[in-house]
Design a protein around this ligand. Structure first.
Ligand SMILES: Nc1nc2c(ncn2[C@@H]2O[C@H](COP(=O)(O)OP(=O)(O)OP(=O)(O)O)[C@@H](O)[C@H]2O)c(=O)[nH]1
Length: 428
């Protein structure tokens, strides 16, 4: 069979979750399917590629199996990924392509590379086109992003602060797991043979709140019907980027009802700024049962810029979330109002759109107690009239040249930690 475009499946998942097992299972049980494989491993020697070769008809010298080593396809190997895709396309025809990404890859940049193409490839696409008559990006279509999650290690990884280098940034396993869950079309909850029914239910409740859009499939030893991960047509960049539970919650806030296993979420909003020291103290001892929090906040004394909070597992990051609409020049502000008439409703005569909006997701959270704690960190009436610049403020500072609105703001998060007062220090 040959076809117009090759559907591409990207397999992500933490180290040891079972990505290679899924792949081996697919290749060894369905030899009738013409699948090419691209493996990205961080190691010197590409262990995964050797194992895939061992367990399937594909040999390591085979042009069907391409290995990318010494880097991660979500960062420094993006160009190499495109090179490899071009070489595969040139080598022969096949019906499906599966990319197994390294255990530290974030699915989003991989998806971006596959959907947006040659922003930094070593290979000149024009040259390739002249040689082959094939437009690489037209030849492939990102079809399904699959995250493999290790059910047995789930809670340990979720709470883990063990860090890994992800390109130039250090990431902890917990937040990587959350990012992988938040960006996928299909989630394989693997190693279900090692976990009891009650725990599986707890994990599923958490995953459903973090990622309401994905199809969750329980697997043992990576055995999954190929139709669930190949040529499913499920990938949609826009939908995938918008599917994280926290984002949905921000867009349509609602107090979620308690699930069977106590996983809930809610949105905290305030039109008063936080006191920098009291809010820092709150983050220092942030409750461990809040496993995910995202949003922007207003810190007294920082009237030019919204700050972004990003809590994932045990990692707490604070970054710039862009300027307030209130700080924009008059004409730009007016066009914002025209495009977003609902702004009128939240606009404050003195403070404009300044305020706080945070989603909190967690297990057994006491919503009222958390709201009270957050409210206690807000300025009091008396403090509202005080000189805000006199408050102690150990949050980092950023260049405020970025005029993005809070919702659109890209974060340049500064890693902060939350264990122990000494380590926590938000300031440098
Ligand atoms: N009991 C059990 N073991 C599994 C299952 N799936 C995979 N394993 C084992 O878990 C280990 C890791 O699996 P891999 O498939 O290598 O995991 P991976 O995600 O490819 O790992 P990296 O390539 O290191 O990121 C192997 O020893 C597998 O045999 C499962 O469902 N149950």
């Amino acid at each position: 069979m040959s076809r117009e475009t090759i559907p591409v499946t990207v397999l992500s998942g933490n180290l040891g979750a079972g990505k290679t097992t899924v792949l081996n299972n697919l290749l060894s049980t369905r030899t009738d399917l013409d699948v090419a494989v691209l493996v990205n491993d961080m190691g010197e020697v590409n262990v995964d590629a050797e194992r895939v070769a061992e367990h399937s008809d594909i040999s390591e010298d085979d042009e069907d199996l391409i290995e990318l080593s010494n880097g991660c396809i979500c960062c420094e190997l993006r160009g190499d990924l495109l090179d490899a895709l071009a070489k595969l396309a040139q080598a022969r025809e096949f019906d499906y392509l599966v990319i197994e990404s390294t255990g530290v890859a974030e699915p989003l940049p991989v998806a971006q590379t596959l959907t947006m193409g040659f922003d930094q490839g070593d290979l000149d696409p024009t040259e390739f086109y002249e040689e082959t008559g094939i437009e690489v990006m037209d030849y492939y279509e990102l079809d399904t992003t699959v995250t493999v999650v290790d059910a047995h290690q789930f809670w340990t990884t979720f709470d883990s602060k063990e860090s890994l280098m992800d390109g130039d940034t250090e990431k902890d396993l917990g937040s990587l797991l959350i990012e992988q869950i938040e960006f996928c079309d299909v989630l394989l909850l693997n190693k279900c043979d090692l976990v009891d029914e009650e725990t599986l239910g707890e994990i599923e409740d958490m995953i459903e709140v973090l990622q309401p859009r994905a199809k969750i499939i329980r697997t043992e030893h990576g055995a999954v019907d190929p139709g669930e991960i190949l040529d499913t047509g499920r990938f949609d960049f826009e939908a995938a980027s918008q599917s994280a539970g926290w984002l949905r919650e921000l867009q349509q806030p609602h107090e979620s009802a308690e699930e069977e296993h106590g996983v809930t979420s809610f949105v905290y909003t305030s039109r008063r700024p936080f006191h920098p020291e009291r809010f820092a103290e709150l983050l220092d001892s942030f409750p461990a049962n809040v496993v995910r929090s995202k949003g922007h906040f207003w810190l007294a004394g920082r009237e030019e810029m919204a700050l972004g909070l990003n809590v994932a597992g045990r990692s707490i990051r604070v970054g710039s979330a862009g300027g307030w609409i209130a700080t924009l020049p008059e004409n730009e502000r007016e066009s914002y109002f025209e495009a977003n008439p609902e702004l009128e409703e939240i606009w404050d005569d003195k403070w404009g759109d300044r305020g706080t909006q945070l989603v909190l997701i967690g297990t057994d959270m006491d919503h009222d107690a958390l709201r009270t704690d957050l409210n206690t960190a807000l300025l009091t009436d008396e403090e509202m009239d005080a000189d805000w610049t006199a408050f102690d403020d150990r949050f980092p500072t950023w260049d405020d040249g970025d005029s993005a609105t809070p919702e659109e703001g890209t974060e340049e998060p500064t890693e902060t930690t939350d264990d122990g007062a000494e380590e926590v220090g938000l300031a440098d």
